[in-house]
Design a binder for this molecule. Structure first.
Ligand SMILES: NC(=[NH2+])NCCC[C@H](N)C(=O)O
Length: 499
């Protein structure tokens, strides 16, 4: 699976064999679709094994998705929407569905790693590719910081429920939440960074086990919740009305991000054209069923105040709501495992995307150098790990969630646009899976993403604008001039390894 091989994967290097016709000095320079998808013409010994089937890809999607959102962010959703947070989950799922169709089409048609960054290099040109790559750094890198903060909250819930003891606030919360720094969040990020540097051989089977634990814990929660369901908790159902439901959906959206990470495993898929669409759509469907049942159980088990006042709302629902402390301890332990796996998958995905951008020359290429000792891009992994750890130490979760959401919704818009562009500009390009009713469904996908984006607060928009602006400046002073597609058209396809 994605994590069993070196980042960037070897196969794509040769597959990106450069098409010199596109090497114009132009920011709309595109990679040709044919060169992206052609079979490799040389063998450098790093060809990824196409060994992963639909089930394991689906597990990768679920593995990268179920985590902080359902275990933690549900609390903020409940504070915005009340028990109607269940409807927010449904709304966020529907919004994702349309974009998932577009991801399915692009992932099956351009089954190389790099996800939306690669797709937009092919369909929308280099400038847009850079913007989306920079945006994906936000989506992946920054979200790992958020996920780590959620991990810390569940660690404390576990200590509390299992031993009746908690880490002091000063070292367990960000300054904005009344602490000094969030040490558990730093710990988990650095631990995962270390594992990634050492060369994580996270096999598809190990991922399957983690996903199994996650799902078992959630089934356990659903059973206990429905057995202790008290319908009195459901009133008033939607205290903030429709606005509350939509604002909560814009935040809850975070829980659904991750099915897109399947596209980073594209190169390892045995039968990408068939299996990628299946895995993307199936994992979203399975996750949705779980989320709706879990959120319904949670709002039946505990009051809105109990859910929204906790760093680990599901554990709090079992403890404060139903008074079953041992179940709360078990749940927070399960949450730790669940969130660890999301963290690992997403930080890995981040190093892979960053690596692709370095390799393409849009970021410094020497950062992408592979450590001969570990066989991983150690330098880049440590750099990213340290940056993410600093962020995790200081920033409160709810800020990170909103920033990640706006970035991801923006990526969804570009992916939907890519599908529409592919239909008109490259109509004859072979596609194994096509979004039905193109351009209608991708347009609906864009509409939903914009709808949720507009519900995020003004300061989130401001932070996002600053992020994009910083990205444009970096592209202007660095990426535009160092892009390999432009500077070394003939070598752009080669790996950085051994340089
Ligand atoms: N590509 C990403 N940003 N993934 C973040 C996944 C977050 C995940 N859905 C969670 O609730 O924990």
């Amino acid at each position: 699976m994605a994590l069993t091989t070196g980042p960037g994967g070897g196969g794509r290097f040769s597959r990106l064999a450069h098409d010199s016709r596109v090497a114009t000095r132009n920011m709309t320079t595109r990679r040709s679709l044919e060169s992206l998808t052609a079979e490799p013409d040389d063998n450098d010994g790093t060809q990824l094994k196409r060994a992963v089937g639909a089930t394991q890809l689906t597990a990768l999607g679920i593995g990268g998705t179920i985590g902080t959102g359902i275990f933690v962010v549900i609390g903020e959703g409940a504070s915005l929407a009340g028990p109607a947070v269940v409807l927010s989950f449904v709304l966020a799922a529907v919004a994702c569905m349309f974009s998932a169709l577009s991801y399915a089409e692009l992932a099956s048609s351009i089954p190389v790693s790099g996800s939306a960054y690669t797709y937009s290099y092919a369909t929308l040109g280099e400038l847009v590719a850079w913007i989306i790559g920079w945006d994906l750094i936000l989506e992946y890198g920054v979200s790992v910081a958020g996920i780590a903060v959620g991990w810390g909250g569940n660690l404390n819930a576990f200590f509390d429920n299992a031993f009746g003891w908690e880490l002091p606030t000063a070292i367990a919360k960000s300054p904005e939440d009344g602490g000094v720094l969030n040490l558990p969040a730093v710990f988990i990020v650095l631990a995962i960074t270390l594992v990634l540097v050492l060369g994580v051989r996270e096999s598809a089977r190990v991922n399957l086990v983690m996903v199994g634990i996650k799902m078992a814990i959630l089934v356990f929660f659903i059973i206990i919740a429905f057995a202790n369901f008290s319908s009195g908790n459901l009133t008033p159902f939607a205290p903030e009305g429709q606005d509350g439901v939509v604002s909560a959906a814009a935040v809850i959206f975070f829980a659904f991000i991750g099915f897109d990470a399947i596209s980073t495993g594209s190169e390892e898929a045995r039968n990408p054209k068939r299996d990628l669409p299946i895995a993307i759509l199936a994992s979203l469907a399975i996750v949705t069923v779980f989320y709706v049942l879990v959120s319904l159980g949670a709002v039946g088990l505990a009051s809105t105040d109990q859910l929204s006042g906790s760093d680990a709302p599901l554990a709090a629902a079992l403890d404060d709501g139903a008074g079953i402390t041992w179940a709360a301890a078990l749940l927070s332990f399960g949450a730790l495992i669940a969130i660890t796996s999301v963290c690992l998958v997403i930080l890995f995905g981040q190093t892979r995307i960053f690596y692709s951008m370095c390799r393409d020359g849009l970021l410094p290429r020497n950062l992408a150098r592979i450590s001969p000792r570990f066989g991983t891009p150690a330098r880049l992994t440590v750099l990213l790990g340290v940056l993410v750890a600093i962020l995790a130490a200081l920033v409160p979760l709810s800020e990170i969630v909103k920033l990640v959401n706006i970035g991801t919704l923006f990526a969804f818009i570009l992916v939907n646009a890519g599908v529409i562009i592919l239909k008109y500009k490259n109509p004859e390009f072979p596609r194994a899976y096509r979004v039905p009713l193109n351009p209608l469904l991708p347009l609906i996908g864009i509409g939903f993403a914009a709808y949720l984006m507009k519900d995020l607060p003004g300061e989130t928009w401001l932070r996002f604008a600053v992020w994009l602006l910083a990205g444009l400046v970096i592209y202007a002073v660095y990426g535009y001039r160092h892009s390999r597609l432009r500077t070394e058209p003939d070598r752009a396809a080669r790996p950085v390894v051994g340089e």
